[in-house]
Design a protein around this ligand. Structure first.
Ligand SMILES: Nc1ncnc2c1ncn2[C@@H]1O[C@H](COP(=O)(O)OP(=O)(O)O)[C@@H](O)[C@H]1O
Ligand SMILES: [Mg+2]
Length: 276
């Protein structure tokens, strides 16, 4: 049985700590830093995530925040990870090959650390649109805005709101999608426009350690995942509103469908880049 986090209370230090706003992501309002902690609104997944973070701490994985409990206002309290985090229109250092390779290695390290974790003691809520197959619990949202970087290397993963049961290949594909990036080149914006997608994909694949059968499967697998992402985004936009609805009204659904078309139209070139 995993340790439960349901009743954990965070005791404030006696000295008041400095408070700072943090850059807002797409979805969560009101994330603030207080001293060496981050306060985030409590989520339906918070207890499940807290128990998973406890597991990562127990097995010695140092690249995730520690869950410290809930403060007097009921907010989740997590440790602050020192370093740089990309903003939406990223700084040039976000695109280096060295960082991409380190993100792939960190994703692999997370999977190794997560293997064998049994979430049944503090289960994740059932996803509203189709469950992923269960191989392990993992992050599932390793975007540039959710990775902490020091000296050009990925050293931290934050924002476990989408964490849950899934597979290594789904999570690593998802990470590659955000970092390579895997989308129609016409949808690459700002600093991302013109990146060499195929050579970045190969670099990621080698650094993570995708097997040959995974490399061969990637375009079709990515196309299937695009259909599912489209359904999930639409569901969240309609049922959860907020940042989800904003992203949907800004056309994220069409970007996802263009990714699907691009993966299928370039399937041979993608497989050659991964296997030759
Ligand atoms: N534990 C943490 N350590 C360091 N920075 C954090 C931490 N948690 C959040 N941040 C900062 O706050 C930003 C927004 O928090 P995040 O948890 O990613 O919320 P959102 O759901 O809005 O994306 C992050 O992109 C990062 O810059
Ligand atoms: Mg985030």
């Amino acid at each position: 049985m995993n340790q439960t986090v349901r009743t954990r209370r965070f005791i404030e230090p006696t000295q008041p700590a400095a408070r700072a706003e943090l850059p807002s992501g797409d979805v969560t309002d009101g994330v603030v830093r207080i001293g060496n902690t981050v306060r985030r609104p409590h989520q339906p997944t918070s207890f499940a995530v807290g128990a998973y973070l406890d597991h990562l701490e127990r097995v010695g994985f140092t690249a995730s925040p520690r869950y410290l409990g809930q403060d007097a206002q009921g907010r989740d309290v997590l440790t602050f990870l020192e370093g740089d985090v990309a903003t939406k229109d990223p700084q040039p250092w976000v695109l280096t090959e060295a960082l991409l390779a380190s993100v792939a290695r960190l994703t692999r390290d997370l999977h190794d650390a997560s293997a064998g974790y049994d979430p049944s003691g503090e289960p994740f809520p059932v996803r509203p649109v189709r469950q992923d197959p269960f191989e392990l619990v993992t992050h599932l949202d390793i975007t540039p805005e959710n990775v902490v970087v020091r000296d050009g290397q990925a050293v931290g993963l934050i924002d476990f709101d989408l964490a849950g049961p899934s597979t290594c290949f789904i999570d690593s594909f998802n990470t590659a999608m955000h970092w390579v990036k895997l989308k129609d080149p016409a949808d690459l914006r700002g600093a991302w426009s013109g990146v060499d997608q195929l050579s970045r994909l190969r670099l990621f694949a080698d650094a993570y350690g995708w097997l040959d059968h995974e490399r061969r499967r990637l375009p079709d697998f990515g196309a299937e995942r695009a259909c599912l992402s489209w359904e999930r985004m639409k569901h969240n936009a309609q049922n959860r509103g907020g940042g989800w609805a904003t992203m949907w009204s800004e056309g994220v659904g069409d970007v996802i469908l263009r990714r699907r078309t691009w993966l299928l139209a370039n399937a041979d070139a993608i497989r050659s880049a991964l296997l030759d």
